[in-house]
Ligand binder design. Structure first.
Ligand SMILES: [Zn+2]
Length: 347
């Protein structure tokens, strides 16, 4: 596989707790324009007055882009890529068409891409996506692949029950008891809640509520007999009441009691909190994938796919992907020959 040829996603250097950029899979959706430019289904020939049908592009659909409310017409693909530490050296690991109105949307395509990438690239550790990924998608990726999903925590405005964390309104849920927490907090009481990670709620002298993010440490993943995965993260909380630092393991994947409490764990317990330096570092790699959008826009005149129908359009995009990956391989060889440090060891 091309990514491995360039020394990317090397299983030998993969870290579960602090994945590097070469082990991070950036995913984003991209809408290409259709060669069909009109919504009309028929057109009048001005010279003869004859009514002719307009050729229809069956692949064209209505999509939302980048969380914007305006709808764009076109063919949408989800694109997953992995990059080298140096600028501009990236390999596309997969593309998938996003049908309009199939109920799964781009997040569904992200799930499929993450699951297939996990199989093909055993060194991959962290798929990173935008707010389109909700709890159910994150849960599906994490339990099926054992990879930690990096995506922004769920926001909620302060007026609608959100709490201020890191200057942003964030959705919050009470944490239900767990055996490991009960053991860690045997002799003191802390008001712990889930909001993008674990936060402690305290009340200041003037009555203001303060939410402090609890430090997340090492992540462990267990392969279950069922073929699924469990992810756990160590959490540490220095305690003013007892002087000790509480340490316990918190599940990132659903526990057996979550359902009875109605706790959507993956929605409120993200692998990384917003203030985590790893979150900022890894999430920046998703923003990085947006430069692909510009690149694709330049590859196709006016971002217009030169093909009709899904199968031909997919081939056109695949061609662009292969050109991108061939270029990445060329640059890599060029750097290796110039005796510069290649991105990771050659496979
Ligand atoms: Zn305590």
């Amino acid at each position: 596989m091309r990514a491995r040829e360039l020394g990317l996603a090397d299983p030998g250097t993969a870290s579960v707790t602090h994945p590097s950029c070469t082990h991070t899979l950036g995913v984003d959706g991209k809408v290409f324009n259709s060669p069909q430019r009109t919504l009309d289904t028929e057109r009048v020939d001005r010279a003869t007055g004859e009514i002719r049908p307009v050729r229809q592009d069956p692949a064209r659909g209505q999509h939302r882009e980048g969380g914007a409310s305006d709808v764009v017409l076109g063919t949408k693909f989800a694109i997953m890529s992995v990059r080298a530490p140096m600028a501009g050296l990236r390999v596309i690991t997969g593309i998938q068409h996003v049908p309009a109105g199939d109920g799964r949307g781009e997040a569904g395509a992200f799930v499929d891409l993450a699951c297939s990438a996990a199989e093909l690239l055993p060194g991959a550790r962290a798929p990173v996506g935008d707010g389109a990924l909700r709890g159910t998608h994150i849960n599906e990726i994490q339990t099926r692949t054992g990879l930690q999903v990096v995506s922004p925590p769920r926001t909620r405005s302060l007026g609608r029950g959100g709490v201020p964390i890191g200057g942003k309104g964030q959705a919050i849920k009470q944490l239900r008891p767990s055996p490991s927490r009960d053991k860690a907090f045997a002799s003191c009481v802390h008001d712990l809640r889930a909001a993008g990670g674990i936060v402690e709620r305290t009340i200041a002298a003037d009555g203001t509520e303060i939410y402090t993010e609890v430090e997340r440490g090492k992540v462990r993943r267990d392969a279950l007999a069922s073929g699924l995965w469990s992810l756990y993260a160590v959490h540490r909380l220095p305690c003013a009441q007892t002087g000790v630092t509480h340490e316990w393991s918190e599940s990132l994947t659903p526990t057996s009691t979550d359902e009875s409490y109605g706790f959507n764990r993956s929605e409120y317990m993200r692998a990384y909190q917003r203030s985590d330096p790893d979150y900022r570092r890894i999430y920046a790699m998703r923003q990085d994938t947006e430069s692909f959008n510009v690149q694709f826009e330049q590859m196709f005149y006016k971002n217009r796919l030169p093909a009709w129908g899904l199968h031909r359009q997919t081939l056109a995009v695949l061609g662009a992907v292969m050109a991108q990956n061939a270029w990445a391989l060329y640059v890599w060889h060029h750097l290796a020959e110039a005796n510069k440090e290649p991105p990771g060891a050659a496979a």
